[in-house]
Design a protein around this ligand. Structure first.
Ligand code: SAM
Length: 256
């Protein structure tokens, strides 16, 4: 189809057949799977997934692309919702059963979208997303590394994640300025008990000034005695605590 890529929607269409087939192989769709694709675009990935699935649900913001997809795929096979995925009520499509989410995501909305999906993690088996490589590196980063931070902790609490492969800009049309990577996120079936709001508050405060010691950045939330009580050295910097330690500490916050 003829379509001029819209920058504001982060449109970079995957054009390389090998990358598309690697992505489908990584997803490994099975006929009984409930799959939701975010940002199907011109349908390159959608059409390949539909070779394995009787039906697929998709959410796409661009009205022209939605019209195109409606013509290209029968309505009983592609259930398409036109709209902004950041405002989309996922309860409309995540009902009974376990879901699988996929997408070559628009990079400008990927982080807020990942956070928005966390409350649905118990209904989502896994997520396979193409993202900016640097974002995936932050998602999977281990304590002590430069990339470790808020994104790593808030997502690692809920998902087990792996970078599957990287994809150079030339594989897209138009090419993005940065390298991309495919991440697999498997929802943890027994995540460490935690109040996500408390964890977010704690981690945001800790990383508000990366180079400062925890006794300073966390002072508005916890006194030093609480840090010591849960086995945290107040002189450490935020990147030195594990996800588990952040969760244990955050549980000492009162419920707001
Ligand atoms: N899946 C296609 C592919 O791989 O070629 C397109 C990927 S393109 C990087 C991102 C897609 O997400 C575009 O089709 C774009 O219109 C759509 N999109 C951008 N922002 C969106 C939003 N807020 N909600 C839903 N879809 C969005």
């Amino acid at each position: 189809m003829k379509h001029i890529a819209r920058k504001r929607f982060g449109q970079h269409f995957l054009k390389d057949r090998q990358v598309l087939s690697d992505l489908v192989a990584a997803i490994s769709p099975q006929t009984t799977d409930h799959v939701i694709e975010i940002g199907p675009g011109t349908g390159a990935l959608t059409q390949l997934l539909l070779k394995h699935l009787p039906r697929l649900t998709a959410i796409e913001i661009d009205r022209d692309l939605v019209e195109h997809l409606k013509k290209a795929c029968p309505p009983d096979r592609l259930l398409i919702h036109q709209g902004d995925v950041l405002r989309f009520d996922f309860r409309r499509v995540i009902t009974d059963g376990q879901y699988r989410l996929v997408g070559n995501l628009p990079y400008n909305i990927s982080t807020p979208l990942l956070f928005r999906l966390i409350p649905f993690a118990d209904r989502i088996r896994d997520q396979h997303f193409m993202l900016q490589k640097e974002v995936v590196e932050r998602m999977i980063a281990a304590p002590g590394s430069k990339a470790y931070g808020r994104l790593s902790i808030l997502l690692q609490w809920r998902y087990q994640m792996d970078l599957l492969f990287t994809v150079p800009p030339a594989m897209f049309s138009p090419p993005p300025r940065v390298e991309s990577a495919v991440v697999r996120m498997i929802s943890r079936t027994a995540p460490q008990p935690c109040h996500p709001d408390k964890l977010e508050k704690t981690v945001t405060a800790a990383f508000s000034q990366r180079r400062k010691m925890l006794r300073n950045t966390l002072a508005p939330l916890f006194d030093e005695a609480t840090l010591v009580q849960v086995g945290i050295d107040p002189l450490q910097r935020p990147e030195n605590l594990s996800v588990e330690q952040y969760i244990v500490l955050s549980e000492h916050l009162p419920l707001s």
